[in-house]
Write a protein that binds this ligand. Structure first.
Ligand code: TXA
Ligand code: MG
Length: 353
């Protein structure tokens, strides 16, 4: 398949390009486009055949439902049975932005899009290019992350083009993905709202609006994953070819950081004797502690969320065999970071104490 690739400047949008790609979408074709979280692989959410093309391009299991993107809140009412008050509050507070809400779907959403469920996951992205594109297409756009199924979600143009050129009809490159990890998913079907996938809209932020909010307990450890309420959370995910380990200390002081570094340095040393190339993922300030190839994840947890997937993809480009990551505290966006990191590590955690 010949893929049309174009770049658009989000600060000076070329509407000819938007309309060209919008028409591809309304014609039932597949287009990769930027969002504020990760790039999405989009197609018309109301068109069964178009939605099928997404599964083929990604190699995605067909029981894993697609996430639907809208450009305006009013579009939600066309595709869902009802919008309860808590959903209205969340849309008002967090849309446009990285929050996905699960609704009861209308029949207009085909089974192919909803993975056979009677619900549909919807979000309105804050990325301007994404919203203009959806609005030009004139239909809601189903778009999972634009990675081959199981691999880290891409946030950089070069990663998308190297993986997806030839698999989709169009690739629209835009500005930076500001948040990095994929959107928070919330399910309001029970009395207590449940976070099915943690993201940059944190539990704390959701509790400020709704009061009690819990996290789907089955995503917190490996053995329960099979029961995850968001089907995508149960699959092997975010996996580079490199073998990832998380190294943790119960001591959260500087002494704990030093213990983690000593442990990693000794593991790296053992590996190099075996001819294995190892690397370290850490906060930038800790880089000097390591005698190894080091990938700085940034200064803040927001930086780590933004950079994590890029770094995981880079490990493969650099032919790393084993990578050790520092651990992050599970508060705020740290919950989302650790969720993605644990999945990419296959839940392998080494205690440095
Ligand atoms: O930030 C994001 O959410 C990105 C960008 C492109 O918007 N999209 C994204 O889509 O991460 P995807 O398909 O990779 O992840 C959607 C997740 C999957 O785990 C899927 O199983 C879950 O949402 N999901 C979709 N529909 C659902 C539903 N009706 N009920 C429960 N989970 C659902
Ligand atoms: Mg995904």
């Amino acid at each position: 398949m010949k893929t049309i690739v174009k770049t658009i400047d989000p600060d000076n949008i070329d509407y000819k390009i938007i309309d060209e790609f919008g028409k591809m979408l309304s014609d039932g074709k597949t287009v990769i486009f930027p969002t504020e979280t990760v790039y999405g692989l989009g197609a018309n959410a109301l068109n069964e055949d178009a939605a099928s093309k997404i599964y083929t391009a990604k190699g995605r299991p067909s029981d894993n439902p697609l996430l639907v993107h809208v450009s305006e809140i009013s579009q939600v009412y066309d595709i869902v049975e009802f919008v309860e008050d808590r959903a209205k509050l969340l849309m008002e507070k967090f849309w446009p932005g990285p929050l996905t809400i699960i609704f009861k779907k209308k029949p207009i959403i085909p089974d192919r899009t909803s993975g056979g469920l009677d619900t549909v996951a919807i979000r309105m992205p804050s990325d301007k290019v994404a919203r203009k594109l959806i609005s030009s297409a004139g239909v809601p756009i189903a778009a999972p992350s634009a990675n081959i199924s199981g691999r880290p979600s891409p946030t950089k143009a070069e990663h998308i083009i190297s993986d997806m050129d030839g698999r989709v009809d169009g690739i629209l490159i835009g500005g930076a993905c500001n948040f990095g990890v994929e959107s928070t998913i919330i399910d309001l079907s029970g009395d207590t709202p449940l976070v099915l996938r943690p993201g940059s809209i944190t539990l704390e932020m959701l509790r400020d609006v709704l009061g009690n909010v819990e996290i789907d307990p089955s995503i917190l450890n490996k053995d329960d994953n099979i029961n995850a309420k968001a089907p995508g959370m149960k699959y092997k995910h975010y996996s580079p070819n490199a073998d990832i380990f998380i190294v943790n200390s119960d001591d959260k002081t500087g002494a704990g950081t030093k213990k983690v570094a000593d442990k990693i340095n000794s593991l790296v040393n053992d590996n190099s004797k075996k001819g294995l190339k190892s690397a370290v993922l850490c906060l930038n300030k800790n880089k000097p502690l390591y005698n190894a190839i080091v990938y700085g994840l940034g200064e803040t947890y927001e930086d780590v969320a933004r950079n994590l997937f890029d770094v995981l993809i880079e490990l493969d480009k650099d032919n790393i065999d084993i990578a050790y990551s520092e651990s992050f505290e599970e508060v705020g966006v740290g919950v989302a970071i650790m969720n993605r990191l644990k999945k990419s590590a296959g839940y392998k955690i080494i205690l440095a104490d």
